[in-house]
Design a protein around this ligand. Structure first.
Ligand code: SF4
Ligand code: SF4
Length: 96
């Protein structure tokens, strides 16, 4: 099930989705992200029955992902975003 983080406003939609069925909590995206957007947590805030760790978008980054991701985005036409590239499970996607 995808967990989505981010927001929409007059300038567009800025969402990061984590496929919680694919995410194994390895933390590779945490290490790859220069803006410290992600963190690994022991419990899924949306699924109290899940027992495995997974990654979420940090709460203090949730409403400013457009700005946090700005350094990566201009290069995204040439190569995958660092977080997307780091995730071997293919669990991360961005809406913009
Ligand atoms: S790299 Fe992928 S599988 Fe690993 S914690 Fe991040 S989202 Fe989950
Ligand atoms: S695009 Fe860059 S700043 Fe944004 S979450 Fe991915 S690695 Fe982090």
């Amino acid at each position: 099930m995808p967990a989505t983080y981010g927001y929409s406003n007059g300038s567009g939609s800025y969402f990061i989705a984590i496929d919680t069925e694919k995410c194994n909590g390895c933390g590779d995206c945490v290490a790859a992200c220069p803006a410290n957007v992600f963190e690994v947590v022991d419990e899924d805030p949306n699924d109290p029955f899940r027992e495995d760790p997974l990654v979420i978008v940090r709460q203090d980054k949730n409403n400013k992902v457009k700005y946090e991701c700005n350094p990566c985005k201009p290069l995204s036409d040439e190569r995958p975003l660092p977080c997307v590239q780091a995730c071997k499970a293919g669990a991360i996607s961005h809406s913009w």
